[in-house]
Design a protein around this ligand. Structure first.
Ligand SMILES: NC(=O)c1ccc[n+]([C@@H]2O[C@H](COP(=O)([O-])OP(=O)(O)OC[C@H]3O[C@@H](n4cnc5c(N)ncnc54)[C@H](O)[C@@H]3O)[C@@H](O)[C@H]2O)c1
Length: 343
């Protein structure tokens, strides 16, 4: 029986708490994985002297798959984002964030089932900023045809493989004619070259798109977005289904994949034992499905299905953390899921 070696990066803030809860659930579910723990973020700075140690990157290169907790980035000063560096260094060029209603979590919307695909390697996240003179700075938005084509290509194939019907590209090409214009053009070309006539394709200026999203998110299916728009809209869309505690994610490249929740290190609740581990648990289920798809190990999908069914039942039974209207702590929610595993 194959045991998959997976890199576990607990991260900062609530990261270690939710990672502990999630690995406990996977252990009880008998997921065929073994963890190699590595560090990134402030946790790595404290123990190893750098925020993204080479040994962490090497471990992901060796095992090819990682489960990662959030890493803190100082605001307006300090080191550049570990998350941005990791995605760039490993060429994890697409962030996949499925946004769906869950049983037992009442929100303003029903029937939401959309996927945010965020370009993960360039745009304003190039981090190239410059002080021209006192009081004047530039921040460079880098866009390449290569990256715009590869995410469009990945997105159309993803839509077809998953039976998705429509891709909406949101943009600001009325203002950023060259960069966003190229992103739009690449999606059109890929659709035509790839013969994706079965996938409906629409383009929408992002400000109007935000209004349409909040009016009725069920009219959307797959959103294809450059980096900054994808970052912002991921959190906006999380709000449709119960918030950041319930939205998983995957950063995918041709060689490596790092699964992580959309949420950050949540310093306001870190150390209190109340963070919702569900977003990371759902990310772990995405990881198990990915292992099934890429390594042909059907047991991973079976374990993922059991975990999914267990957390859905826990939520239906009203077993929830506080962020989604319940009373449980992080470990109590993990225990509620474990009680329903295999039942
Ligand atoms: N991928 C990542 O590692 C990542 C992503 C986003 C932000 N960050 C970093 O996280 C830090 C904090 O950022 P922020 O406060 O803007 O965003 P955040 O996502 O950490 O928190 C936003 C709000 O959501 C709540 N929240 C988030 N996750 C939750 C969970 N699992 N359960 C219950 N409530 C949850 C928080 O308590 C907070 O009120 C920053 O340093 C930021 O750079 C990291």
């Amino acid at each position: 029986m194959t045991i998959h070696q997976i890199v576990l990066i607990p991260g900062d803030g609530i990261g270690p708490e939710v990672a502990t809860a999630v690995t406990r659930v996977l252990r009880f579910a008998e997921a065929p994985v073994e963890w190699e723990e590595q560090h990134a973020g402030v946790a790595a700075l404290d123990s190893l002297g750098e925020v993204l140690p080479e040994q962490t990157l090497d471990a992901v290169r060796e095992h090819r798959v990682a489960l990662k907790g959030p890493c803190t980035t100082p605001v307006g000063e300090g080191f550049t984002s570990v998350n941005v560096q990791l995605r760039k260094r490993l060429e994890l060029y697409v962030a996949v964030r499925p946004i769906r209603n869950l049983p037992g979590i009442a929100t303003r919307y029903e029937g939401v089932d959309l996927v945010v695909l965020r370009e993960n390697t360039e745009g304003l996240y190039s981090g190239i900023e410059n002080e021209v003179t006192a009081g004047v700075v530039t921040s460079l938005k880098v866009a390449t045809e290569h990256a715009s084509r590869r995410i469009a290509s990945w997105g159309f194939q993803y839509a077809r493989d998953r039976g998705r019907k429509k891709i909406t590209v949101m943009h600001k090409a009325n203002i950023m004619k060259l960069s966003d214009g190229m992103f739009l053009r690449c999606a059109r070309v890929i659709r035509e070259e790839g013969g994706y006539d079965d996938i409906e394709h629409e383009e929408m200026i992002i400000d109007a798109g935000c209004m349409k999203l909040v009016q009725d998110p069920t009219q959307f299916d797959v959103l294809l977005l450059e980096n900054l728009y994808g970052d912002v809209l991921s959190d906006l869309c999380a709000g449709f289904v119960g918030g950041l505690g319930v939205v998983p994610g995957a950063n995918i490249g041709n060689d490596y994949s790092v699964f992580e929740a959309v949420h950050g290190s949540a310093p306001n609740i870190a150390g209190k034992g109340i963070a919702n581990p569900l977003a990371l648990l759902m990310s772990a289920v995405m990881m198990l499905n990915h292992l099934a798809d890429t390594r042909g190990d059907a047991r991973c999908r079976e374990v993922g299905e059991r975990i999914k069914s267990a957390y859905n039942r826990a939520l239906t039974d009203g077993q929830k953390t506080r962020d989604v209207g319940g009373e449980l702590g992080t470990e109590e929610f993990a225990s509620a899921v474990i009680e329903r595993l295999g039942a």
